[in-house]
Write a protein that binds this ligand. Structure first.
Ligand SMILES: [Zn+2]
Ligand SMILES: [Zn+2]
Length: 131
């Protein structure tokens, strides 16, 4: 079992069950909301227990972002799927290894992706990998 929290500790969560590989999301929403790109992983919603008040921001038609209303730490993205997306850096311990990058077409120009991992223009599922 893995545990995580926001910066102030007002929100704590536990993750039981499998945690997917960590990916980097380079979309403009993640950039705006975090100040950089976001690293996150998916875990089955049924295995995630959240304590404390999470504020949810509906950031798109299909997705909402969960953060601590006190310290502003972002921890979750909820796309209405069976799996909940958890921001890797909010874990207390280490996260699954970074495995790929998504929404690279929207990446800002001020940094480079140099780790050699697969890069997808949009979602990873679309098979639109960039060499
Ligand atoms: Zn907090
Ligand atoms: Zn994103």
């Amino acid at each position: 079992m893995a545990t995580g929290s926001c910066l102030c500790g007002g929100v704590r969560y536990e993750v039981e069950g499998p945690m997917g590989p960590t990916f980097g999301c380079h979309c403009s929403q993640c950039r705006k909301t975090s100040g950089n790109f976001v690293t996150a992983f998916f875990a089955p919603r049924d295995g995630v227990t959240i304590q404390g008040e999470v504020r949810w921001y509906q950031s798109s038609v299909t997705g909402r972002r969960g953060f601590c209303p006190t310290c502003g730490s972002q921890m979750f993205w909820d796309g209405g799927h069976p799996d909940l997306e958890i921001h890797a850096g909010s874990l207390d311990g280490d996260a699954p290894k970074l495995a790929y990058h998504i929404y690279c077409a929207d990446k800002a120009g001020f940094y480079r992706i140099t780790d050699g991992l697969p890069q997808f223009a949009a979602e990873a599922e679309d098979g639109d990998a960039q060499a």
